[in-house]
Ligand binder design. Structure first.
Ligand code: F3S
Length: 387
């Protein structure tokens, strides 16, 4: 891979071992994926933040980078708790301390402590065509598909390396030719409600490439569908005809066809159960979702025996006081900085309802608590928490 003189100096350790380590990661990746050069990125979004997921090994690695600073705007993924809800999330002293050490290690590098998987609402907003290095899979697929920014599905370390160096190897979704559709998805029904995340789970498990849909929906529907696709598989980009910004010219005659029938998605839905927790906000909710939830709950009474937890970016909550207050008055919790998957929620509750295919995908796994999870649309879930 071609390196400029400046890049070679960093690789030779002229700026210190931390920067050298970061450059080595980018060069190694570039060599593996056949990149010809490094290209500048406008921002990074870094996963590997929750102590529950990275543990002591991750913390040790971050501490080894002491003195290294990022060179482009960078934001963080959710962590293990919201510090206003430590009791409900059953956060012990050790977890709290270690998590704070992780956050300090990141902020010492100059990374903004905005812990969200939806930085694209306010905290880290890319433009169409911009090259970025993002790690959170749901944010990657949103940025590529809905915004038209260009990112590969980075790992936590490679996104951090890009944040520090300000560059990424030019391969994969940074190249226009790799952003074309590889599969056309024929959905044999008009999707609504929970169909979107369920379609996402099915297509993610069936497609390794760039699916092309001919369906209708709004950005929340596609956010949920994309997050699910990226969770059950490795999809990092999709097109929706007449909706997403790069659909024109994305199709050619060689694409494979996949049909989705109702039967294909039923199995992901989960059998009906009396849920103990309704969790909405995977990915984190938008201001518009908070508005819809608040408008539905306003003046209603919460049922006993079932909790309502909503997860949002702090920046979204700060702009939505009027809706957050209504939800809290109802008896729901609106949490920042964390989510139903990376917090202890899956260990605390055994029966969970969510509108997120991604949350269902992970929470059903033993590692995340092995809960029984039902996927339903937001209003069905909200109806289950009112008296
Ligand atoms: Fe976000 Fe957590 Fe879901 S990071 S996409 S809310 S698993």
């Amino acid at each position: 891979m071609y390196l400029t003189r400046e890049e070679e100096k960093v690789l030779d350790g002229e700026l210190g071992t931390g920067y050298e380590k970061m450059m080595r990661i980018l060069v190694k990746m570039g060599e593996i994926f056949g990149a010809e050069r490094l290209i500048p990125v406008k921002s990074a979004q870094i996963s590997g933040v929750s102590y529950r997921t990275i543990g002591d090994a991750g913390l040790h690695f971050l501490k080894s980078l002491h003195g290294v600073r990022v060179s482009v705007p960078a934001t963080l993924n959710p962590l293990a708790f919201d510090d206003d809800h430590l009791k409900e999330l059953r956060v012990d002293e050790e977890m709290y301390q270690k998590q704070m050490e992780i956050i300090t290690a990141y902020t010492d590098m100059g990374i903004k402590p905005t812990m969200t998987c939806t930085p694209y609402y306010y905290d880290n907003v890319p433009d169409f065509g911009e090259h970025i290095a993002w790690a959170e899979s749901s944010a990657v697929i949103y940025a590529n598909s809905i915004i038209g920014a260009r990112t590969n599905r980075e790992g936590s370390v490679s996104a951090l390396a890009s944040a520090v160096i300000g560059k990424t190897p030019e391969y994969g979704y940074h190249l226009k030719e790799n952003r074309k559709a590889t599969h056309i998805i024929d959905v044999n029904f008009e999707p609504e409600g929970e169909d979107y995340p369920l379609i996402g789970l099915f297509v993610g498990s069936a497609v390794d490439g760039v699916p092309y849909f001919r369906i209708r929906g709004d950005y929340t529907d596609f956010k949920l569908m994309g997050a699910a696709m990226a969770a059950s598989g490795s999809v990092a980009m999709y097109h929706v005809e007449s909706i997403t910004p790069e659909y024109k010219g994305a199709l050619n005659d060689n694409v494979e066809r996949i049909t989705v029938d109702r039967n294909d998605i039923e199995g992901f839905k989960g059998a009906p159960v009396d849920v103990e927790l309704v969790a909405i906000g995977c990915p984190h909710v938008s201001r518009d979702e908070l508005r819809k939830i608040a408008e539905f709950l306003d003046g209603k009474r919460k049922k006993r025996g079932v909790e309502l937890w909503i997860f949002a970016a702090k920046s979204v909550m700060d702009r939505s006081d009027e809706y957050v207050n209504v939800i809290r008055k109802f008896g729901g919790k609106v949490m920042k900085d964390t989510c139903v998957v990376v917090s202890n929620a899956g260990k605390i509750y055994s029966y969970i309802g969510t509108n997120s295919g991604k949350a269902a995908f992970y929470l059903r796994k033993e590692k995340f608590g092995g809960a029984k999870v039902v996927v339903r649309d937001m209003y069905t879930l909200l109806r289950s928490v009112i008296e």
